[in-house]
Design a protein around this ligand. Structure first.
Ligand SMILES: CC(C)(COP(=O)(O)OP(=O)(O)OC[C@H]1O[C@@H](n2cnc3c(N)ncnc32)[C@H](O)[C@@H]1OP(=O)(O)O)[C@@H](O)C(=O)NCCC(=O)NCCS
Ligand SMILES: [Zn+2]
Length: 207
């Protein structure tokens, strides 16, 4: 695709109309279906299918073997690990048309979905949340939460930079008491979070 400010490997198919942002790269054997919008500086790996009618923000990384179906929306900087699975019908049957029953899945800014994890449709993954490899997400996931297992449960909280700051009961960052909770500083990037009453949020979001 010479002359375009994005790259599509010659083995991939881009249907029309599709919008692809500047700096995005789409690698081998992938297919983008109509009315799909992919933002700037995204990377789509090998053997991916995106669309139709899908919106993907800027800076997303979609690793090999991922299908982003109609009904799924990725905000900015979402990481989809290799072979992770989205769904859009809750109770599919081969012999029943369920196209009008698509349930939405929203993955918010900065979230990570681990390799081979499955996201059951109808759920929202919060910003900067992290889903462990192989998890099956069957509920909404809070911002900054770490979910693992089948069905996926919350086992901790993660910094924006990706460092796990709380795992089960163990605090991994630098903590000091603050009001009724804890103020936790990420040893990697210095971001500060408040952890109180089962809530975890950046200090700057404290009201
Ligand atoms: C979930 C995850 C973020 C946890 O990272 P971590 O905190 O460094 O994990 P640790 O290795 O310290 O493990 C902590 C505990 O969680 C468990 N655990 C780790 N990953 C798990 C997973 N995916 N599912 C279930 N349990 C998991 C460990 O067995 C350990 O259990 P224990 O406390 O009973 O011993 C990480 O293991 C993971 O799955 N990352 C995704 C990797 C990936 O898919 N990358 C894709 C791009 S290549
Ligand atoms: Zn950090």
């Amino acid at each position: 695709m010479k002359g375009k400010n994005y790259f599509v490997h010659e083995s991939s198919y881009i249907d029309s109309p599709v919008e692809i942002g500047e700096g995005t790269k789409i690698w081998h054997f992938s297919h983008v279906l109509p009315n799909t919008k992919i933002g700037k500086n995204c990377i789509v790996g090998q053997n991916c299918m995106i669309g139709p009618d899908v919106k993907i923000g800027d800076g997303c990384k979609i690793q090999n073997n991922v299908s982003v179906y109609k009904g799924v929306e990725l905000e900015d900087f979402v990481f989809c690990g290799p072979s992770c699975v989205f769904t859009n019908v809750l109770t599919p049957r081969a012999f029943v048309e369920r196209k009008h029953e698509f349930k939405k899945t929203l993955v918010k800014t900065g979230a990570t979905i681990g390799a081979n994890a499955t996201v059951v449709c109808g759920n929202t993954i919060g910003k900067y949340a992290m889903i462990g490899a192989g998890a099956v997400v069957t509920s909404d996931v809070e911002d900054y939460a770490l979910y693992v297992g089948v069905p996926a449960k919350r086992v901790g909280w993660v910094c924006k930079c990706g460092v796990v700051l709380i795992h089960k009961e163990e605090i991994k960052g630098n903590a000091k008491t603050s009001g009724n909770g804890l103020m936790i500083t990420c040893p990697n990037c210095g971001s500060v979070y408040i952890f109180e009453k089962n809530l975890f949020y950046p200090l700057e979001e404290k009201i």
